[in-house]
Design a protein around this ligand. Sequence first.
Ligand code: ADP
Length: 166
Amino acid sequence: MRIAVYPGSFDPVTCGHLDIVQRAAQLFDHLIVAVSENRAKVACFTVAERLEMLRQVLAGWDNVTVDSYRDLTVRYARAHGARAIIRGLRAVSDFENEFTMALTNKKLAPEIETVFLMTEARYSFISSSAVKEVASYGGRLDDMVPPLVEKLLRAKFAAYTEQGGY
Ligand code: ADP
């Protein structure tokens, strides 16, 4: 059984992430979409909220499961029998960070490969941070995030505005 882990913040999940999930799920027998509880990043959605969004948008994907972890990604992958870590690449600007991370992970766990999937052109401009920025000004998010995520973003930013801004 070929198992892969697709780690990320998914704060929130976007159509770009879903495209990577769809393609990775065709390459592996089982894909674990894993929300990393990254201490260095200030999140908009809690881990529980991100997991719930992922579960709902990925419902019906038989070989995809959703989880969260607070550990080294390679240690998490190893513990789950995964031989591959999936990452998506958008622009050249993604490369340097991803390259360093992949080499570090290779050093820590030589048996685990990082597999990069190139974004599809129509999703290449989408990032969780851009989506939050657009949502914070009430901009349209169609084709950037699934409808459920758009609804939750609207609710989240409405709540921030009521509290006096974000
Ligand atoms: P992280 O904090 O780990 O970068 P993200 O949720 O921002 O978490 O991204 C997770 C992975 O998904 C990364 O490999 C990122 O490059 C990839 N990704 C994000 N947006 C897109 C997109 N629009 N197209 C392809 N890959 C993407």
